[in-house]
Write a new protein. Structure first.
Length: 338
């Protein structure tokens, strides 16, 4: 179940905080500050014009234990000086422990993060899962397209191995087993907007089975994520869809189709790759055009946005160059070329 796993993660964080030396150091610091201020107030207030109230005593103790010592308030009684002599070494010791604890925790966080052992706090991000070669190519292309189109989305890469040296610095890396639910949760797939799953190896049968299994796990954790799964064997596309993928890419079938089209119509592959690489093709929601005829939308978009509509996506159907009289319906997506 997902809920117990999420609760377990928060319980572990709470336990870690409770066991942290920072917490104990902070408690000791506050105890010395307020108890010491109370002691100074009781022995100095009747005789010291500088300590008119409890806040003045707190201010004096803070000056003392942080070794600032402005000199605006000094003890004037014997017992006030004794209390201050006790507080000085205690305060310095606690401040030193607290500072060292914070520095150690920050260092540990940096090391943990560099090793990919941390828990992602991102939301609505893109999680990429797969072998290094394929995943890095996807990440690089994503970053290139986002930069060109002015988009900003966080990327997280989950890999059961060392952090790739060529991974861009602004891409979050988590080391974990993509078959392990806890590691998937650490990568934030339950909060991700998109999850991209590429094959973990080159063997089509085993790699596709692994990709499909990961797809099932991700869908169980996140019912709303848009899952893109890559399979090596075209025959496994239906299995990936049944596992919960929203989109399934078969590299082999894509390249063979391009090659066959190139053989029959020379130059087609160059045109298609140019359109894909330059980001000319996009899907646009047809919300503002519902009820209009296809030809009317074509003319309107061409005039107002200089976009050419080549088809309509309706459910699982892709209508390329439909009839001019086709009526645009709610939920339709327009295939446009800019």
């Amino acid at each position: 179940m997902i809920i117990p796993l999420v609760f377990t993660r928060w319980i572990r964080r709470i336990r870690r905080v409770l066991k942290s030396l920072i917490l104990y150091s902070l408690i000791m610091f506050l105890a010395i500050l307020f108890i010491g201020a109370l002691a100074i107030y009781l022995v100095e207030h009747p005789y010291n014009p500088g300590i008119r109230n409890y806040f003045d005593a707190v201010w004096f103790i803070m000056e003392t234990i942080t070794t600032v010592g402005y000199g605006d308030i000094v003890p004037v009684t014997f017992w006030g000086k004794v209390v201050d002599m006790v507080i000085m070494p205690l305060g310095i010791a606690v401040i030193s422990i607290l500072t060292a604890s914070i520095a150690g925790e920050l260092t540990n966080m940096v090391i943990t993060r560099s090793l990919g052992q941390h828990v992602s706090s991102r939301r609505n991000h893109i999680v990429v899962i797969g072998c290094v070669n394929r995943a890095l190519k996807v990440i690089e292309e994503l970053m290139r397209m986002m930069e060109r189109e002015g988009l900003m989305m966080d990327l997280t890469y989950l890999h059961n191995g060392d952090k790739p040296t060529s991974l861009p610095s602004d891409v979050e890396f988590l080391r974990g087993n993509p078959f392990n639910t806890n590691d998937l949760l650490r990568a934030g797939v339950d909060r991700a907007s998109t999850v991209i799953i590429t094959p973990l190896g080159e063997n089509s049968s085993s790699s596709d089975a692994e990709a499909i299994l990961i797809t099932m796990r991700v869908r169980e954790l996140n019912k709303d994520a848009y899952i893109i799964t890559e399979v090596l064997d075209e025959a496994n596309r239906d299995y990936a869809f049944k596992a919960g993928a929203n989109s399934v890419v078969s590299l082999g079938s894509f390249t063979t189709t391009i090659i066959a089209r190139e053989a029959l119509s020379r130059g087609t592959s160059s045109v298609l790759m140019r359109i894909i690489n330059d980001g000319k093709v996009s899907l646009v929601k047809a919300e503002g055009y519902v009820g209009l005829r296809f030809i009317e939308v074509v003319e309107k978009l061409k005039t107002t946005e200089n976009r050419l509509i080549i088809g309509v996506v309706r459910g699982s159907d892709i209508l390329i160059n439909p009839s001019n009289d086709l009526i645009i319906q709610p939920g339709d997506l327009l295939i446009t070329v800019s």
